[in-house]
Design a protein around this ligand. Sequence first.
Ligand SMILES: Cc1cc2nc3c(=O)[nH]c(=O)nc-3n(C[C@H](O)[C@H](O)[C@H](O)COP(=O)(O)OP(=O)(O)OC[C@H]3O[C@@H](n4cnc5c(N)ncnc54)[C@H](O)[C@@H]3O)c2cc1C
Length: 414
Amino acid sequence: MRTSAIVVGGGIVGVCNALALRQAGHQVTLIDRKQPGRETSYGNAGVLSESSIMVLNNPNMLRALPKLLLGKSLGLRYSPAFVLKNLGWFLKFLSYCTPSRTRAAAFALRALQLASLAQHKKWIAEAGAGHLLRRAGWVKAFRTQASFAKYGAEMALMDEVGVSYSVYDKEQIRQMEPGLKPVYSKAVVMDDTCGVSSPSALTDAYVALFKAAGGTVLRGDVSALSAAQDGWQVCFGEDVLHAENVVIAAGPWSAEVAAWLGYRIPMAWERGYHLHLQPGDGPQLGRAICDMDGGYAMVPTLHGVRITSGVEIAERDASPNHDQIIKSVASARDVHDMKDVIDDEPWMGRRPTLVDSLPMIDAAPRHGGLWFNFGHQHLGLSMAPGSALSIVAMIEGKEPPFDVNPFSATRFPI
Ligand SMILES: Cc1cc2nc3c(=O)[nH]c(=O)nc-3n(C[C@H](O)[C@H](O)[C@H](O)COP(=O)(O)OP(=O)(O)OC[C@H]3O[C@@H](n4cnc5c(N)ncnc54)[C@H](O)[C@@H]3O)c2cc1C
């Protein structure tokens, strides 16, 4: 069964969805108001993870809540006005901080991430983008034994779901990353997690693969969706397009787009920032390092050393607040030798997060031919291919490649 499909949103999630549909033989148009991959998918840390199985709203978050509420964590900031305005969302978000929900989420995320990493590797080879792939992907580094001890619960969960990792001591860290100053007492190296040296170059490579396979990319603002005879009408600019299927993959704007059809998606935004710095003269980093005490990452990229901040929970379109990234860069300078800041100002992206920290990958409950693929929080780059393969299977009436029930659209009253 070959159909026509329009994918709304050309971030990594939409691009992967368009590519998977096209490779399965469907007629596909991908629409974005910008060049694909220039919003949230542009500025991330480039980690292709199969090990990020602990959601943010886990039992540790409840324990850390007093510190978080006092704004004492560099890794997590929030706008009190936004939290008060969305108090129901936050109380629900915190209600997921139980061991059983965290464990269930871990198994769900692991299956999605494994399928995704396998597909990334295939597409990277097909796209001739092997030069972007880094096999040593992700290290979590701890400054104190006390912060490492707090990580025990996550390691226990990684053991349970089958993540392979190695614990390094100070000397092993020095040998692995001689460019790091000796500030870390322990590190957890994710053995199988990969990374890319430029998320935007990866998206561009996938877009090129999609076009070469006969897919169409259009630039414009989608302003309305409506059910029509035999499918959907999609208004963008002055044009109206028709297709049997529409996939909403508009990242942080997905709740807004779904709301046009009456859906109330429980989405908030975990904003994050980056700055690039010129590499120093000493040894360069070989992989992405997450400073677990500071909540930021240091990533060697084609664009310079990219420092990515932790989380800022705030209104999607509120003015940026650069305090967190500026402090993260100052802290990173204590750890790794870097020269001047390259960018004129920090980049900001918005991680789209649903109230249970799991994406929504499913048919829309009240509209035939409408599909939801969004809410990938901190892991959209990692989880886009598996999400795409699942939507293709659902459109074709086949069994998805792993259990997609945890990602269903009907798990909330939307
Ligand atoms: C600092 C930071 C670090 C991160 N690090 C990692 C990491 O290392 N690994 C990882 O897996 N993930 C990481 N993430 C998360 C990841 O970047 C996101 O989960 C992912 O980019 C979301 O992709 P998306 O396609 O859903 O959204 P987006 O990339 O935001 O794409 C949505 C697209 O929809 C388009 N759009 C929206 N509305 C419309 C409309 N009406 N008409 C036309 N187009 C529209 C937008 O222009 C946009 O291009 C990080 C995020 C941040 C902020």
